[in-house]
Design a protein. Structure first.
Length: 693
């Protein structure tokens, strides 16, 4: 039988492969024979090397040699200690070594595996970590007197720093129980799987961590590469990402504690944050629709369900922290986009903070409540930030804020567009521009806020062509006044916070309203519809509304009280003047004088009283004046004492309409008698109820 070339080739390859396996296995057997024949010797040698590197000792109940994929030892029921102080207990500890030891080279640990164990960590009220201090060791080296603070530090080299460290460390199923006496809390940090891998030839370090903190999942992946042996920021290249799944804000208390106004124990974070450094100077992080929810003010109710995205970078050459492609959305409350930067220049230069923003819609109360959480940071409260050197940044910085916002809810006042520009420097915030388009009108204002011993707010501006109907209806659900409004105003208030500013606020303003109507409870002429028609000999019907061409009034607000003066009303042949006050409890006390047209109107002025609860009570004719009118009718038209008594004795608005109707009949009869004395006109005879008679 003839054997083909292909079959011969297959046979040759098969024999070669089989021979290689036999030779390799035989060689590996003889190579590992010392470990097989003397496991205790190599076990002690490996543990001695591990102790020399880490200064840790290992107590165990069982040990076995391992051979694949690398030789080593495996210990069972291990207690790892330092200076007789227990650090961790694990069920299994495995140490792998390189084959070089069997070829006459020095022993080198390749990798350490820790599987299924527990670490108990305590932080005392004095902020110390006894276990970590024993593990790391305190620096007992005395300070050198007169040591120069500017001494040049030797370069750190990858090959030296990581030389004694194993090339790999694997942690699986490790529980770290952290008892925090400082904040009176307990945290269970569970490491499901973690890897650290070193490549000393490439100067690279890889870290992966997958675990939970109090049952809240997170993951961290980092790959670090140094272009040269020197461990420097310029040489470092970095790729990584952090993953959070319903991660609690309480877990970040060590840094978030610097914000005294906020409560983060209800808050949660869900999302992915990639980060990378691909150049010598700039490091980047990308926040990708991270969900933040259930923030709270101290003692307040949790709020918020926002999705946030941003590109963040820091440039060491420019000492500049940049934010681009910022977007934040809290459905129904905020949808905003923007960008900005922060510079960190040394004294005496002035660092700059600049942010600009644009919104599709924005609720001012929501924005203010969120902003309040992050202001007044106290860096002394955190171990992480406590020792940061002071640079006088706050006193040197310039802050510029420029925002162009659409569909803004200003506590019930809705603006189609709101533009503002702010500048902060040396404890003064200048409101360089405030421009609103709202209710078919425009508002422009400027002002400032002064911090310090005597904090003070000042704002002045003007609004034009504002629709009163739209403004009031949007705010209260119905509008008792229509027309277009023009306003000049000044606002001033001393105060260090919102509550103080509101409590101490003073407002001086002048209002002009044109071409509208006074409706409902603002209809101050309603009570005189009948009386006015009698006296002026002209029928006026103000029962539905008081139409006007112009209303002018000056207003002063302070201590919860609105005071109105120089009130003037111009209507169809009618003029009015008056003033009074309304407080924030809606208690109103105002008086008006109305002059009707005609000869009688030049002599007689009708006094209107508006007293009671604004929006509930209604204007009424002064009962004293009305009583005097009735007294005159007694001489001309006979008694009507019961009716007048009901009017003069009551200023309650619900009785006024009925009282006016009663007096109208009496006054009308008296007026006819008075008119007959001075006029030759004859009254037409009364019509018979039955025309056929």
């Amino acid at each position: 039988m003839k054997i083909t070339f292909g079959e011969r080739l297959k046979g040759f390859v098969g024999k070669t492969l089989l021979g290689s396996i036999v030779i390799g296995s035989t060689g590996l057997f003889f190579l590992l024979y010392p470990l097989i024949s003397e496991p205790d010797y190599y076990k002690n040698l490996i543990l001695s090397e591990a102790n020399k590197i880490t200064n840790l000792s290992f107590d165990y109940t069982e040990s076995n040699p391992t051979f694949f994929p690398f030789p080593g030892i495996e210990l069972r029921n291990v207690t790892v200690s330092k200076n007789e102080e227990q650090l961790i207990r694990v069920q299994k500890l495995k140490i792998e070594i390189y084959f070089g030891i069997f070829l006459g080279k020095a022993l080198e640990i390749r990798k350490i595996y820790l599987n299924t164990g527990k670490i108990e960590l305590v932080r005392e009220k004095d902020e110390s970590f006894p276990l970590l201090e024993k593990f790391i060791g305190k620096d007992t080296q005395p300070e050198v007197p007169g040591k120069d603070e500017n001494t040049i530090v030797d370069k750190l080299l990858f090959s030296e720093v990581f030389a004694p460290i194993p090339n790999g460390l694997d942690l699986n199923n490790i529980m770290i129980e952290f008892q925090d006496k400082l904040y009176n809390r307990k945290i269970n940090f569970y490491v499901w799987e973690s890897k650290i891998e070193l490549d000393k030839a490439l100067h690279s370090l890889y870290l992966s961590l997958y675990g939970k903190i109090n049952e809240e999942t997170f993951q961290l992946y980092t790959d670090v590469l140094f272009l040269e042996d020197e461990l420097s920021y310029e040489n470092m290249r970095l790729e990584g990402s952090a993953h959070f799944d319903h991660f609690g804000g309480e877990n970040l208390k060590d840094i978030l504690v610097i914000f005294p106004n906020a409560e983060f124990k209800y808050g949660h974070l869900t999302g992915v944050i990639p980060f990378y450094k691909r150049t010598s100077n700039v490091i980047y992080a990308k926040v990708e629709r991270v969900n933040i929810r259930d923030l709270a003010k101290k003692g307040g109710t949790p709020f918020g369900d926002a999705y946030i995205s941003a590109n963040i970078s820091y440039d060491t050459k420019e000492t500049k922290l940049s934010f681009t492609d910022i977007s934040a959305e809290w459905k129904g409350r905020i949808r905003i986009a923007g960008s900005g930067f922060i510079t960190f220049v040394p004294p005496p230069l002035s660092p700059t903070i600049y942010f600009e923003g644009r919104s599709d819609y924005l609720d001012a109360d929501t924005t203010i409540n969120v902003t309040k959480l992050w202001i007044d940071a106290d860096l002394e409260k955190s171990l992480i930030t406590r020792n940061m050197p002071s640079t006088g940044y706050v006193n040197r910085m310039n802050v510029y804020l420029d925002f162009n916002l659409r569909r803004v809810n200003l506590r019930g006042v809705f603006a189609d567009q709101m533009n503002f520009s702010l500048h902060y420097n040396k404890s003064v915030m200048k409101i360089r521009k405030l421009h609103l388009l709202f209710y078919r009108g425009i508002l422009n204002a400027t002002g400032s806020y002064q911090w310090g011993k005597n904090p003070q707010l000042f704002l002045s501006g003007k609004s034009t062509d504002v629709s009163l109907r739209d403004l009031i209806d949007d705010r209260f659900g119905n509008s008792p006044i229509t027309g277009t409004l023009e306003t000049n105003f000044e606002v001033s208030s001393p105060g260090a916070d919102e509550d103080e500013l509101i409590r101490n606020m003073k407002i001086n303003a002048s209002f002009k309203s044109q071409n509208g109507e006074l409706l409902s409870y603002t209809n101050i002429l309603k009570p005189i519809s009948s009386i006015g028609s009698l006296i002026s000999l002209k029928k006026f019907d103000f029962n539905r509304a008081t139409p006007y061409t112009e209303i002018n009034v000056d207003m002063h607000y302070y201590n919860r009280m609105f005071q109105f003066s120089n009130f003037s009303l111009k209507a169809d042949g009618i003029a009015g003047s008056g003033g009074g006050n309304i407080n924030l409890d809606k208690k109103i006390d105002m008086k008006f004088t109305i002059a009707l047209p005609g000869v009688a109107g030049k002599v007689l002025k009708l006094p209107i009283i508006y007293k009671g609860t604004y929006g509930v009570s209604a204007p009424l004719i002064d009962p004293i004046w009305l009583g005097s009118v009735y007294a005159g009718t007694l001489l001309l038209a006979g008694p009507a004492g019961a009716t007048v008594g009901g009017i003069a004795g009551s200023a309650v608005s619900e009785y006024v309409g009925k009282a006016v109707d009663n007096v109208t009949d009496t006054v009308q009869s008296g007026w006819k008698s008075l008119k007959g004395l001075f006029s030759s006109e004859q009254e037409p005879p009364p019509k018979s109820p039955n025309p056929n008679k």
